[in-house]
Design a protein around this ligand. Sequence first.
Ligand code: PEP
Length: 250
Amino acid sequence: MRHKLVVANWKMHGNLVENKRLLAEYCAMLPTLKNTDVVVCVPYPYLAQAQAILQHTNIAWGAQNLSKDAVGAYTGEVSATMLKDFGASYVIIGHSERATAYCESDENIATKFVQAQAHGLTPILCVGETLIEREAGVMQMVVGKQLDTIFNTYGAAVFANAVVSYEPIWAIGTGLAASPEQAQSMHEFIRSKVATLDKAAATNMKILYGGSVNPQNAVQLFVMQDIDGGLIGKCSLNAKEFEGICRAAC
Ligand code: PEP
């Protein structure tokens, strides 16, 4: 059975004082969590702080983006090796808030995915459809195309040590989560798509659900067969709520 994984995405929130308090609260809940891995993805400037506070705990940390290039004249970019310097082990890739605001192409996202893996980081690849696409009934086609860019260039085996997060764009930060059935149906589609190319990768890979998860709806979402945990935005900024979500995954 796959271990559950709950990932906090702090987005562009926090400061040194607030983070210290929130991470201490995260650490306090740890001893009571069983069978759930917890990761917190912080803004770049706070990676050193996350490392200092979390390094002897079971909570891992990561970033919310990385450069598709390894090194060079790329002003403002942060490379995989720089993330590793601060002990990061995960990185979110292709989050819709970035893909939309910074026009990230599927090709760029695919390059970031393998760049992360090449440097020992676990990529958390975000995929998902807009409301218009869901209403038009083309959500599987949209998500399938997002995955195909990676399959076509790098094959399916790369998914064995990766995390995919299904994040319907209409559910992110709206308070309107996908129903457990809607999410399960997409998760099953993602896993079976990978399975047609690589059965072992499909069995190993974790597929998270993200989009307005809270301690209440997490219970129903996380019991679904192909939902291996969650990517949590807003509720990860409140330790009590985040704990409730982590408990739902146990
Ligand atoms: C997210 O940022 O990936 C997310 C799912 O946010 P929220 O939980 O706030 O919807």
